[in-house]
Write a protein that binds this ligand. Structure first.
Ligand SMILES: [Mg+2]
Length: 332
């Protein structure tokens, strides 16, 4: 074990930096370029259809088939223009992460690229392996994902991702998004009634959230030498560090250069996805850091946080780093 650690230290000491440059020093030039948001919808849809979608989103109403067809066709054209080949319903099963099952726009039987409103609105991924393998028999494992139009579609890699809820065919919730949407609707209904006692014109009350994300960064070689980190993403064995949180030199200290490159890199990816990241700094424990966004509507903020953790994990790989989200000390 000790030998493995020395070898890991030697490997990491010889690693080159991966310098990262902003595509444009004005972030506003590329912020949200991979998001099919209200502006993109407005320019791609005829005004009557666009207004119908905005009204349905605002009032938590169902979007009819013709409107869904128009949105699907506009989203497909926008995405294909950016080199996208596949689409997926993007959901949050009870695994602590996100899930996706990609389908190609290309329909071999029709010989053309297709994306219908019905495919945007609902998909049927197998739910037998959620939240963990073998929990349901295949014959009763049908699950449905259903489009959540209150959170915008986005491009991730070469795939158009559609935020969705995930329920079983018996209507049971299988994800973390459906309970959140139900709670937000309940808060909206109750709070609006109270507000209307004072102002009859108030139609909706929405909640906002800006969740800071703390994380540890560890070199890939050191990570691979630690079976507990590999298996569980957190410290299971070890001893207290010689230099833990009792030292005050880390919090808000200068950011180590490899971590700084990593931060810049995932910030750029996140900005393109419309995630409003604002703040970065060293956290209190050794090798612990924090990133914080601006406040947004709760459902969108939550989707952005889920997406951010995925982006960070993928970008860390480019820098030969691993990122850990469990909030406990990394014991060496
Ligand atoms: Mg903090």
């Amino acid at each position: 074990m000790a030998l493995l650690r020395f070898e890991a230290l030697k490997t990491l000491s010889e690693r080159p930096r991966l310098p990262v440059e902003l595509p444009d020093f004005q972030v506003s030039k590329f912020f949200g370029e991979n998001v099919f948001g209200p502006d993109q919808m407005r320019s791609a849809l005829v005004p009557s259809v666009y207004n119908k979608v905005r009204q349905a989103i605002k009032n938590h109403e169902k979007i009819d088939e013709t409107t869904a067809d128009a949105v699907a066709s506009a989203a497909k054209a926008w995405a294909m223009n950016k080199g996208v080949t596949h689409f997926t319903h993007w959901f949050q099963p009870l695994t602590g992460g996100t899930a996706e099952k990609h389908d190609s726009f290309f329909d071999a039987l029709a010989g053309i690229e297709k994306f219908k409103g019905s495919e945007l609105v609902q998909q049927e991924p197998d739910a037998s392996s959620f939240p963990s393998g073998g929990i349901r028999s295949t014959f009763e494992a049908r699950g449905y994902t259903a489009w959540d139009p209150t959170s915008p579609m986005f491009i991730y890699g070469r795939t158009l991702c559609i935020p969705t809820v995930f329920v079983s065919y018996t209507g049971e919730t299988l994800d973390t998004k459906s309970p959140l949407l139900k709670a937000l609707k309940a808060v909206d209904n109750a709070a609006t009634k109270v507000c209307q006692l004072f102002d009859k014109d108030i139609q909706h009350v929405s909640a906002s959230l800006g969740c800071e994300q703390e994380y540890f960064v560890v070199d890939k070689a050191l990570f691979m030498a630690r079976p507990d980190l590999v298996m569980s993403g957190r410290t299971v064995f070890g001893h207290s560090p010689a230099r833990g949180q009792q030292m005050e030199d880390h919090y808000f200290g200068s950011i180590p250069s490899r971590v700084y490159d990593f931060m810049k890199d995932f910030e750029i990816e996140s900005w393109k996805l419309g995630i409003p990241l604002r703040t970065r700094h060293n956290e209190v424990a050794p090798s612990q850091f924090e990133v914080a966004p601006l406040f947004e509507e709760v459902n969108v903020a939550n989707d952005h946080n889920q997406l951010l953790m995925d982006v960070m994990t993928r970008v860390a790989e480019r820098h030969n780093l691993r990122v850990l989200f469990m909030k406990n000390l990394l014991r060496a």
